[in-house]
Design a protein around this ligand. Structure first.
Ligand SMILES: [Zn+2]
Length: 269
């Protein structure tokens, strides 16, 4: 019998994988794919209640959010979650080779066939997301090089890499239901690109597992405002939990063709 496929995510904050690509992870875990999530920060700058009534002591928020990631992973059927402790909000400020080294080591351990990371605009321009995507691509390249730092484990070449993006029509929809968020996006240095359908490399139908994605999102207890915003969005944009979309990094960068399965061609090889 063939070994199960391995899917890995390399993202920035403990809720990125669930809120962003949770439906995709659940779908693949359901079919027996081993899913591993690497999160580069503990998200210690995230929501922690109102300032004079924090949900947990602020120095404990990172550990609390790492535990939330672990619980969300359990609900999604993820095989492992790993949370590193790079600074939330300043991932881009950490020496690149340190971060890349940790990612190479992890990739060589979990040995994924397919990797998901953040797109070039980090979904909506978040600098940590952008840095996570960039560091991940450098690390994937190095992980596959035969003689690159064997102290980090035996070389491993990832076969396919996809980058998570926010569909243009979703961002358009946000404009009417959450104008404050759109205003915030305008303040960021990198503006979100318009990921129209013709630019996408893959769209994963998650409608059958949408309720389970929401159940996993609820594990991120401290991130209640974000959770509520998503649930509120669902009332106005019913398809918000219907699909998660990606561009292809390799092979065949970009799109079309628009794939409906991240493992497509690997299944026949
Ligand atoms: Zn994030």
């Amino acid at each position: 019998m063939k070994d199960p496929f391995v899917l890995a995510t390399i993202l920035a904050h403990p809720d990125d994988e669930t809120f962003g690509v949770g439906g995709t992870l659940i779908r693949y875990a359901d079919e027996g794919v081993h899913v591993h999530s690497l999160c580069l920060t503990q998200g210690e700058k995230g929501w922690n209640g109102v300032p004079d009534r924090p949900l947990v002591p602020s120095e404990e928020l990172g550990a609390k959010r790492a535990a939330e990631l672990s619980e969300a992973g359990r609900r999604m059927g993820v095989t492992s979650t790993t949370c590193l402790t790079y600074p939330d909000g300043d991932l881009a400020g950490v020496a690149e080779d340190r971060v890349v080294r940790d990612i190479v080591r992890w990739v060589r351990q979990v040995r994924p066939d397919v990797v998901i990371t953040w797109g070039p605009d980090g979904g909506y321009g978040h600098p940590d997301h952008i840095a996570a995507g960039e560091r991940a691509l450098v690390a994937l390249e190095l992980a596959g090089i035969e003689r690159h730092d064997l102290g980090l484990g035996p070389p491993h070449r990832v076969r396919r890499c996809y980058r998570f993006v926010a569909a243009a029509d979703f961002v358009e929809g946000l404009r009417t239901i959450n104008p404050q968020f759109v205003e915030y996006m305008e303040t960021l240095a990198v503006k979100p690109q318009r990921w129209t359908r013709d630019r996408l490399g893959a769209a994963i139908d998650i409608s059958a597992v949408a309720d389970r994605k929401i159940e996993a999102m609820r594990a991120h207890e401290t991130q209640e405002p974000d959770y509520s915003a998503w649930i509120g969005a669902r009332e106005r944009i019913p398809w918000v939990f219907a699909e998660e979309v990606f561009i292809r990094q390799y092979p065949d960068p970009g799109g079309p063709p628009l794939e409906s399965d991240l493992f497509g061609q690997l299944r026949s090889s």
